[in-house]
Design a binder for this molecule. Sequence first.
Ligand SMILES: Nc1nc2c(ncn2[C@@H]2O[C@H](COP(=O)(O)OP(=O)(O)OP(=O)(O)O)[C@@H](O)[C@H]2O)c(=O)[nH]1
Ligand SMILES: [Mg+2]
Length: 327
Amino acid sequence: MTQAPAWWWSTAPRPGAIAVAHLAGDEAAVERVLAALTGRAAPAPGELAWRRLGAIDDGVVARVAPGHALVMPHAGPRIRALLDARMGELGAGAVPAGPSGDPYPEASDDLERRMLATLARAASPLAIDLLAAQPARWRAAGWTPGHEGDPDARDLRLRRLVDPPRVAIVGPANAGKSTLLNALAGRTVAIAHDEPGTTRDAVCARIDLAGVVADVFDTPGVRERMDPVERAASELAARALAHADLVVELTAPGLGWAAPPRAAGAAVIRALNQRDRPDAAGCGERASAAVTASARTRDGLAGLVEAMREELVPRADVADPRPWRFA
Ligand SMILES: Nc1nc2c(ncn2[C@@H]2O[C@H](COP(=O)(O)OP(=O)(O)OP(=O)(O)O)[C@@H](O)[C@H]2O)c(=O)[nH]1
Ligand SMILES: [Mg+2]
């Protein structure tokens, strides 16, 4: 009887070209799990091979030692979650444990180990102090392994500090969505232009919103007549919208509100952009906007960032002294 091998990731859970996961344990167990995952014999020690990873993805499998393989699929939260589930079915332990034993030898128990593993992949700086406080809070609350209970709404909002939430900026063409994304990112991510229909792709940037790191998507403007490229772009935008935790409905004086269909449960902030324009003060959109700002002059931008941050992870959640079901 072989011991269950360990399975853990050494890359952050974010979209990208490649992710790296480790499978480590005794030789026979590593071979068994690799064969079951890929449907083929495991590469020999020291070799690497391209493999199908079940029905989930394909990628490189590098057998760096008899009892240690690196599995490198495309990076993305969905592929990662599916592989984690599959490895669980195959009996590989999700609790992080390195080939040389425990990667967190400083951890005094499983709770601390899980906290450190979560800390290692957390996206937001705000997560650091909060995670560090959790072992003591759970012990004070009489924690026993596996008996934290189900996560509540606060637990789930706070998990956005670990796995970045998604924010979609939507609105009519020329509202300034791309200019806003660039202003938030502090660099040029999206092309902004006074030609309506400039944005033809769903552009995304990872942005620190007052301590909460989020993936912010620029989307093509909503227009009545669209060419095929724009239609394809707007389908991508629809996908970004369907998964958004927060939708920023952006407009400018005289453009009205374009309220595209969005995911149930997503929060919405209506924001009037271009408030530097002389006609902004008396425009009809102003009354129904929660926030006004100018992406061009950056005037009011801090207020918009604060509103976004508060919708994603309210300050009261972070300050709440109760323990957090972080994993
Ligand atoms: N005065 C003023 N102009 C702005 C502001 N933000 C954007 N603009 C201008 O508005 C025009 C459109 O900006 P974009 O950022 O391309 O608008 P968009 O919403 O991305 O447009 P589409 O991609 O076509 O949907 C550009 O000429 C920008 O310079 C602002 O805050 N104030
Ligand atoms: Mg644009």
